[in-house]
Design a protein around this ligand. Structure first.
Ligand code: ASP
Length: 355
């Protein structure tokens, strides 16, 4: 072995040792809990009332409510925001992503748990999946019932999320979402019920694993490029470009597409009917915007299935991008990051296939 290759080998061994989560060394992992709000931190006036307000309980109260989690990991909390996730915004996203990257770069932080509302958890999770630069576990969790409800689901979801973040096999699986005993990949889950506790599904890609009372079982690795393999970075980014979602429907015209662009959208994602389809007048409006340089992506309002390129719509001719298996809300996240740099249409299509 030459001197140079000996040094490279030693560096590789050191990197591997530094990368191994603390659990492997038999000491409780250090997990930081970043609270953003949501129903998991929500409160109602009574335990059997449907109406409640998200984001009422602070991170310390949240931690104190689940003392059992302290047996799984050494925990400390930080409050990032305290909002219903219907109000999730770029400011919180950028702050959250930056803080996660800072924390995970510290050798004494082994993973992060984020408490979040269920409404937009799939968007935040997917955003983090693209911009977090670490293989250490990042696990989002949430609840459908407020903390004050009879049979609140938050405490066990939180306990399970800590168990997953503390698990050595969670390392390198991309950003995960743990709700109702299931471990989802951030790129695959979607909310399917407005109120049911069993709301999250991963229709195309299936579950990453399951977790019951802190006992986790992993079935698969991440699908799609993520975290350390992602080409996206928030380095120097202070704002994200505007991308709007326009839903297709019978008898649609191009007014909403044109209005989105007039409002400043640099990209438009169509929540198309079926395989990303839209009426002839709407398609004409979309193609006209694409010709002007607006990036136009066809996704689908259907909850499962891929949107294929050049299937019923001639994307090549019209200058459009097919979202592959990203739903409209995730296609919007990817497109916003993609628009931070110039890309050719072929490169944009590649992003939708690779991520
Ligand atoms: N509207 C709430 C939120 O997303 C719903 C929830 O958390 O379940 O914050």
């Amino acid at each position: 072995m030459t001197r140079v290759s000996r040094i490279a080998w030693a560096a590789a061994v050191l990197a591997t040792l530094l990368a191994v989560p603390a659990l492997a060394a038999d000491k409780p992992p250090n997990i930081v809990v970043l609270a953003t709000g949501g129903t998991i931190a929500g409160a109602a006036a009574s335990d059997v009332q449907a109406g409640y307000t998200s984001g009422q309980v602070g991170v310390d109260q949240l931690l104190a409510a689940v003392p059992q989690a302290k047996k799984l990991a050494s925990l400390r909390g930080e409050q990032i925001s305290n909002i219903g996730s219907q109000d999730m915004n770029d400011e919180v996203w950028l702050k959250l992503a930056r803080r996660i990257n800072e924390l995970l770069a510290m050798p004494d932080v082994d993973g992060v748990v984020i408490t979040h509302g269920t409404d937009t958890i799939e968007e935040t999770g997917y955003f983090l999946n693209l911009v977090v630069k670490s293989k250490k576990p990042v696990v989002l969790t949430a609840a459908m019932r407020p903390s004050t409800a009879l049979s609140a689901d938050g405490p066990l979801n939180f306990f399970n999320a800590v168990a997953v973040a503390a698990h050595k096999d969670a390392f390198g699986r991309g950003v995960l979402v743990v709700v109702n005993d299931w471990i989802h990949g951030a790129s695959s889950l979607t909310k399917t019920s407005t109120t049911a506790v069993q709301t999250f599904m991963s229709p195309l890609r299936g579950l990453v694993g399951v977790v019951a009372y802190g006992e986790a079982e992993f079935y698969r690795g991440p699908v799609g490029r993520n975290t350390v393999d992602s080409e996206f970075s928030l380095e120097g980014v202070t704002a994200l470009p505007r991308v709007d979602i326009v839903m297709a429907h019978a008898n649609m015209d191009g007014a909403m597409i044109d209005a989105a662009v007039a409002a400043g959208a640099k990209g438009v994602v169509i929540a198309g009917v079926g395989n990303g389809n839209l009426t002839k007048p709407a398609l004409d409006a979309l193609a006209a915007q694409a010709k002007k340089g607006i990036v136009c992506v066809r996704s689908s309002r259907v909850v499962t299935g891929r949107v294929g390129r050049n299937v019923e719509v001639d994307d090549d001719k019209l200058g459009l991008i097919a979202s592959d298996d990203l739903n409209p809300q995730k296609a919007r996240v990817l497109l916003r990051l993609a628009l931070l740099k110039p890309h050719t249409p072929a490169e944009l299509q590649r992003l939708f296939i690779e991520y």
